[in-house]
Design a binder for this molecule. Structure first.
Ligand SMILES: Nc1ncnc2c1ncn2[C@@H]1O[C@H](COP(=O)(O)OP(=O)(O)OP(=O)(O)O)[C@@H](O)[C@H]1O
Ligand SMILES: [Mg+2]
Length: 180
């Protein structure tokens, strides 16, 4: 995939389908240690060990609309190309954590890409789940949490055009500050 943000969106969509109540994305950019990583954690239905092995094979899916599942195998391929790995830990009924690790300066590492669009897509796909986005660059961190956002903005629903526009701008500004 051309952007890591699209991989991230795919992995978060899996978490949304897993029907938990909480999803967290943590991106860690650590150029000094040549490390780029992110994880997506949810408290959804989880997977068994056997199921995880199957899922790493690109032709396994519980999707009913299409016969192949590609989100996880594609991300694993990108990680491996960048001298990294994809780690999946999951427990049935408890949840899942998927961690992607890559070399920061690897020539094949895609750029992170458009995170504000990914966040907006996630917010539009959520129904009741709480979503937290943490993004660390070196020793700086940015955190966005839908529960806190709702409290701060005094709204129960973030899926409104003016609010989403504000969030997009806010994420762009904060990420710009983070990496400058
Ligand atoms: N966080 C998760 N919790 C529970 N099950 C998961 C989770 N992530 C993935 N899965 C299971 O793994 C399968 C494969 O996921 P993958 O993203 O590779 O493909 P897909 O979601 O089926 O299709 P695609 O991502 O190509 O649209 C999913 O169909 C789902 O059953
Ligand atoms: Mg998927």
């Amino acid at each position: 995939m051309e952007e890591i943000a699209l991989h991230i969106l795919d992995i978060i969509q899996n978490s949304i389908y897993a029907e938990g109540t909480f999803i967290e994305l943590f991106i860690q950019e650590d150029p000094k240690h040549n490390l780029f990583s992110f994880y997506v954690q949810d408290n959804g239905r989880g997977m068994t060990k056997e199921f995880i092995q199957k899922v790493k094979n690109p032709f396994y899916t519980t999707r009913t609309t299409r016969k192949v599942g590609l989100g996880i195998p594609l991300l694993e391929a990108t990680c491996r190309q960048c001298n990294g790995e994809l780690k999946i830990q999951s427990q049935m009924g408890k949840g899942t954590i998927i961690q992607a690790i890559m070399e920061y300066d690897h020539i094949d590492r895609p750029p992170l890409g458009d995170m504000s669009s990914t966040i907006i897509s996630v917010l539009l796909s959520l129904d009741h789940q709480r979503f937290r986005y943490k993004h660390q660059y070196q020793d700086q961190i940015f955190i966005l949490d839908t529960k806190e956002l709702k409290e701060d903005l005094g709204t129960l629903v973030l899926q409104q055009p003016d609010i989403l526009r504000w969030i997009r701008q806010y994420v762009n500004d904060q990420l710009m500050k983070l990496t400058q």
